[in-house]
Write a protein that binds this ligand. Sequence first.
Ligand SMILES: Nc1ncnc2c1ncn2[C@@H]1O[C@H](COP(=O)(O)OP(=O)(O)O)[C@@H](O)[C@H]1O
Ligand SMILES: [Mg+2]
Length: 274
Amino acid sequence: MQVLLRVKDLNVSYRGTGASQHDAVQNVSFEIGEGEVLGLMGESGCGKTSIALALLGLLSVEQARVSGSIQFRGEELLAKDARALRAIRGTGISLAFQEPELALSPVMKIRDQVAEVIHAHNDCAWERCRAEAELALARVGFSDVRRICSAYAHQLSGGQRQRVVLAQALACKPALLIADEPAAALDARSQGEILALLGKLQRESRISILLISHAPEVQATLADRLMVMASGRIVEQGPFEQLYRNPSHACTQAMLRTAAPASVAADMDFEMVT
Ligand SMILES: Nc1ncnc2c1ncn2[C@@H]1O[C@H](COP(=O)(O)OP(=O)(O)O)[C@@H](O)[C@H]1O
Ligand SMILES: [Mg+2]
């Protein structure tokens, strides 16, 4: 498998007031192959979103110090300027935000919000971007695309908003999608639908995914490999089944124990660790 993303010794340190700082990510190293789904699991506050923001170059120098190496298709992202990073975001690496409520504008119709993303990354006329936006919305499984296009965010359900955010993230056909807690705010049924959709899109387009979720039952549906984080560090990583069968770190064991054992075990067709 070709390596798409290679992260080495990544550190993210948020600047506080005065000389204080907060080391949110410490010496994190991992790789993601072409077409691979890497699960990133860990308790709230352990640094998952900080990794996502660092990969996308979304942390400003004033906000945080980012060091180490992030190679995407062999190119060092930490050496690139803001303009070059903007070109990679969306078309190379894109992010489906953790909270669709915050990611979507309340005053712009849905089609235009997706069209804006396409417009930002492509040198094409606005009407063409709007037509592309309609296709992008159809790809994430909306059957009533016309209605969704002219709706506002508050007129959609949580699951529909999550689909719109996915449509935005996938609109420019990125090689790597970072899905940050893609279904956390949804009820079980909508969560299942979003995960099934992600799986379908991943199989069809062979996109790579960094799947961020603290929930083992979410990881169980998609992840090929799993990486477990605690307090800013990776404590364990390996093939999904191996970690599931034989978690060596106490954090991994604790996280798996909080899962809904029956459903996960049934899905995975092997015994849960107790
Ligand atoms: N902009 C920021 N400034 C200072 N600290 C931050 C900032 N963003 C996040 N943090 C802190 O960094 C740690 C990791 O946060 P985050 O990456 O959001 O964790 P997770 O996504 O795993 O819940 C937390 O302790 C959080 O409070
Ligand atoms: Mg987070």
